[in-house]
Write a protein that binds this ligand. Sequence first.
Ligand code: HEM
Length: 506
Amino acid sequence: MAETTTRAAEPRGFRSAELGWPELHRIPHPPRRLPLLGDVLGVNRATPLQDSLRFARQLGPIYRRKAFNREFVFVWGADLVADLADESRFAKHVGLGVANLRPVAGDGLFTAYNHEPNWQLAHDVLAPGFSREAMEAYHPMMLAVAGRLTDRWDREQAAGRSVDVPGDMTKLTLETIARTGFGHDFGSFERDRPHPFVTAMVGTLTYAQRLNSVPFPALLRRAAQRNADDIAYLNRMVDDLVGARRAAGGDGDLLDRMLETAHPETGERLSPENVRRQVITFLVAGHETTSGALSFALHYLSRHPEVAARARAEVDRVWGSAAVPGYDQVAKLRYVRRVLDESLRLWPTAPAFAREAVQDTVLAGRHLMRRGAWTLVLTPMLQRDPEVWGADAERFDPDRFDPKAVRSRPPHVFKPFGTGARACIGRQFALHEATLVLGLLLRRYELRADPGYRLSVTERLTLMPEGLRLHLERRSGSGATAAPVADSDEAPAASESRCPVSGAGD
Ligand code: HEM
């Protein structure tokens, strides 16, 4: 099972930077490097990403860090990242955090090595599950799950209680991917505590993150046992779900695709073991990041009443008196989408992705890389690079995603969904779901921040605002009294024929 054993804090294929970067000495590292330990002074094991951002600010657009015997190169300068997006010279690197998930997700889409045949097979079989046609079929299910959220929030509001934003967004996004992908209901909204699936999933993500920062996994023996139990639980749950589907048949969702669809050219199908990996992958990848994105967006909306008012006015104008929005009415919420994009700019909830050289090359004309050398792209810093985003890059301003402003920026400076062939397959799914839910919440409630709350970000490979609670006020007549739909804002052209991944994040 575990590919992360013995020599071995190191995932398979781990390459310390000195092996791949012949001129490593030209890349700065933090001062006060300690023998044996490396750059550990002042770092916090619970917040590796936020530590990396701090180092980035001190050391510049490319730097390195050493943790014990392992050295990593981090990149965030816009010209360097643009060069790394060149698919003819670079590809996804499955390293560290991602490779640590292999014991649970194996060669599922997210964790597959580029050379593994199951990546292309699953990509080709599952990509149509994210076409416009498929998304339209998910829309009513997304609405139904959102209805369970607003029922809950109505009750909390009526009782004068604030709402737990990250907790409820996690329930929402888990139920959404479970329902749309697998016809399953975890009953999250009816539970006081998280579903055991969520507890086991958070356990494995946290364990994978901890493996990054300990020199010897033996130090984590008890945690490793808990992790093995978590994985066993996830496997059992998924096997039950798949077994029930095989017995009952399905209705054309992602799981049906996994079980029934043959590759259009080769006729090959996903093996039962691979289906298990994919179900876990989609249940995890399909909700953890979107719940963070929604939570950050709600935080910013509550802190910027002028932005919330503008977004709400758009919802009222575009959705009018429709009891529930149609599929096309979601893409027309252009300003709400900008709020989401701006939240994902400041806090991309999957905050880094790794790229490796597929040949000996020179990064951005300056840094020699041997074939197989790799680097971590720090998305939150890329998306705050003052040279691209201006001196006020840290400020929340959705107008940065006004089409004219977008056109004025170079490509590859906004990458919350990664890049290239291995970019996020669920991007449209996440954007549709999150825009829909923000629209529904803005239409129904005024969001009131707790004045004492200061944004604190918790990390478990993905990012989430910690302890965020909001007070709600029901809007009078919300949802049924506004003006009719304005049709002038054209929705973006449908792209059924294209792979939903191509161009993602560019
Ligand atoms: C706001 C929400 C989301 C964000 C920020 C996000 C971000 C990302 C990023 C950065 C990657 C590339 C990782 C890498 O290069 O190593 C990725 C890949 C992936 N995402 Fe997402 N994601 C989101 C939502 C979703 C959803 C809703 C699904 C499924 C329904 C999903 C499924 C996947 C899968 C399967 C991959 C692997 C694709 C491949 O390698 O072929 N994601 N995502």
